[in-house]
Design a protein around this ligand. Structure first.
Ligand code: TYD
Ligand code: MG
Length: 460
């Protein structure tokens, strides 16, 4: 029986909604069977006086001192974090189990100390998942042997913070937030209340002591970290570590960053002795392109954050053997593909109604950018007509429902990247072409609609 100071509430495990009564369906997010009983401290009776709290000040009177940042010693990590790790920031690293989050954390620390010539206080790496022996084995594999990484196997957040206060580490890493718990809540580690409460305590520690704190989080099956959006608004920065376990590419993506631009990506490969940074990912993504005249493959220029990236898109269009044609897509949104297939049918007159269409972005990348549209159009047309795309040509552009090719951002950066990789020709929106201030050293063709695109890219 809880004391009269605490009361029992029901909290939705997917959105955090609090209800005094149990219900089968969360009234806020509509999830079923998501309400779980938790205890709450009753609110204090006395309300704080204004005089005891913070004071409003004119915005113009605030002085800015330069943010203190710790350089990671890695171009890719610095890019994703916006130039290094900001003092007192709380950073969430999310990703599927086994993608390499713990490896990344150890290598991050190693890089920081190498860059700073060991002139920094020790870092505290807390693991609730692995034994100290396992961490040691990993560090041997990564050839990391600095005395400045102090490890702790602990899951109670109060004890972790106690240790951190004594040690005053330059960085605190908690691997993972789902394994830690706070003594103030009776629910099990990993439940939404625990994760949020523990993260909040660590956030207070970070802000009070000006220590950067990394939280490692596993992505649940639904693709969210411990229930959607629970942690994302508490932390300053959310980084997702993506990659198929069978592919060796790993992409670290900034989804939210209070201290830098979002959508910035860092590209790595997972090797036998840890993660290796790839500073020129376009070359990597294009390295296995089929040789000779092959239809159904196009190189598309896409922008991830501030970085242009050249990727290969493949399509296979073939006569369906069933009544209903199959449409499968990996790496691009299937709805976008279906929409563009309809545009190709109606506007370009391609008879795709009885065709199975499979599209795939090579290398396990996921692209959401509209500038990818022109690539989808070109690839499907190429496979359908069984005519290859011109050699050394790449494309980008958004496509509208009436088949018009629309302006995209950062055309010049995309062209420069293509030129750097060795492409000779680019097919781009005519509006972008007309606005180019610097003419690149490659042949640029501006197109107004998908008919012009198909004519421009196919190598008859
Ligand atoms: P890990 O960092 O433990 O992943 P996470 O913390 O995200 O669960 O890395 C797990 C995988 O990485 C594991 O399957 C083995 C592989 N790996 C390598 O390929 N090379 C290495 O040097 C290391 C340390 C791990
Ligand atoms: Mg791990």
């Amino acid at each position: 029986m809880p004391s009269n100071k605490t009361k029992t509430v029901y909290e939705c495990q997917s959105c955090g909604y609090i209800s005094p009564k149990w219900a089968g369906k969360c009234p806020d997010c509509g999830a079923w069977n998501s309400l779980v009983e938790e205890t709450r401290e009753a609110l204090p009776k006395a309300i704080q006086k204004v005089s005891a709290g913070t004071k409003p000040v004119p915005l113009s009177s605030l002085e800015l001192s330069g943010e203190e940042r710790i350089s990671t010693g890695s171009i890719e990590l610095n890019r994703v974090t916006g130039g290094g790790i900001v003092a007192g920031s709380l950073i969430l690293i999310g990703g599927d189990p086994g993608v390499g989050k713990s490896t990344l954390m150890l290598q991050l620390l190693d890089g920081i100390y190498k860059h700073a010539n060991n002139q920094l206080p020790a870092a505290l790496y807390v693991s609730g998942e692995e034994s100290l022996k396992q961490i040691k084995i990993r560090s041997l594999r990564l050839h990391i042997n600095t005395p400045l990484i102090v490890v702790l196997s602990e899951t109670c957040v109060e004890i972790i913070i106690e240790h951190a206060k004594k040690l005053q580490p330059s960085i605190l890493i908690v691997d993972s937030i789902q394994t830690v718990y706070t003594q103030t809540l009776p629910s099990a580690p990993g439940s939404i209340g625990q994760v949020r409460e523990s993260a909040t305590k660590l956030m207070h520690f970070a802000k009070r002591t000006n220590t950067p704190v990394f939280l490692v989080g596993h992505v649940t099956k639904e693709g969210a970290i411990a229930g959607p959006r629970v942690l994302e608004h508490i932390v300053d920065t959310v980084l997702y570590f993506e990659g198929e376990r069978m592919h060796h590419y790993r992409i670290l993506r900034a989804v939210k960053n209070r201290f830098g631009s979002t959508n910035e990506i860092g590209v790595f490969t997972m090797e036998d002795s840890g993660l290796k940074e790839i500073t020129n990912p376009s070359e990597l993504f294009l390295s296995e392109r089929p040789e000779g005249k092959v239809s159904g493959t196009t190189v598309v220029s896409t922008i991830e954050g501030t970085r242009p990236l050249m990727v290969e898109l493949q399509a296979l269009v073939c006569q369906t053997t069933f009544g209903v044609p199959r449409r499968t897509s990996i790496g691009v949104d299937i709805n976008r593909v279906n929409l563009l297939v309809a545009v190709l049918e109606k506007i370009a007159g391609l008879n795709l109604g009885y065709m199975d269409i499979f599209t795939n972005v090579v290398g396990g990348l996921k692209i959401v950018e509209p500038a990818f549209d022109l690539g989808i159009i070109a690839t499907i047309a190429s496979s359908f007509k069984n005519v290859p795309i011109k050699k050394n040509t790449f494309v980008f552009g958004e496509v509208g429902l009436s088949g018009e090719v629309r302006t995209v951002s950062q055309a010049e950066a995309r062209l420069r990247e293509g030129e750097k990789i060795g492409f000779k020709e680019a097919v781009i929106p005519a509006t972008n072409y007309n606005k180019l201030t610097i003419k690149p050293n490659i042949n640029v063709i501006g197109v107004k609609n998908i008919d012009e695109t198909i004519k421009a890219v196919l190598d008859y």
